[in-house]
Design a protein around this ligand. Structure first.
Ligand SMILES: [Zn+2]
Length: 164
């Protein structure tokens, strides 16, 4: 298993619609000092169609069981189960599916941490085929990375806004 996945600057950036990147960044900024999280829904023709916010339950989990959840929402995320179930149901009804999971990092870069990897690769993680997007808020700067899943390996690529 990879310990941490950084953006690979040698790979070309992936372009996503401005409204999607804008919404994710907005969610990240509104959630400071906690990490935000959510899902992106799409289909075969348009992989990243629209983002849906999910509540980050990590602070509540941390207070309930600090041994099992040693970090709170400032340094980790756990998507609210009901939010996830609702997004999944609505996507299915629209003939779509969850194509990506996003979350933010406060004071850290746009990489997939060892914790993020363990979470994504966990047997109960609901979207084993989804890509991951990380928005970093660091030193007053926003940066976004896309981590494409290829079997057991993630490839980190910068996210840029598409002109369309
Ligand atoms: Zn993370």
């Amino acid at each position: 298993m990879q310990r941490r996945v950084e953006l690979d600057e040698t790979l070309p950036p992936v372009r996503v619609p401005a409204r999607i990147l804008h919404e994710i960044c907005q969610h990240a900024l509104e959630s400071v000092p906690e990490e935000c999280c959510g899902l992106i829904v799409g289909n075969e023709l348009e992989r990243y169609r629209h983002p849906v916010r999910c509540r980050n339950e990590m602070t509540a989990l941390h207070h309930m069981d600090p041994d099992r959840y040693p970090r709170d929402g400032r340094a980790a995320y756990y998507m609210n189960d009901h939010d996830v179930a609702r997004v999944r149901k609505e996507a299915e009804e629209a003939g779509e599916y969850v194509t990506a999971v996003y979350h933010s990092h406060i004071g850290a870069g746009a990489y997939l941490s060892a914790l993020d990897l363990a979470h994504a690769e966990h047997a109960f993680f609901p979207f084993p085929d989804a890509d991951h997007i990380v928005v970093s808020i660091l030193d007053g700067r926003l940066e976004a990375g896309l981590f494409l899943r290829r079997g057991d390996v993630f490839l980190g690529r910068a996210l840029k806004v598409a002109a369309t």
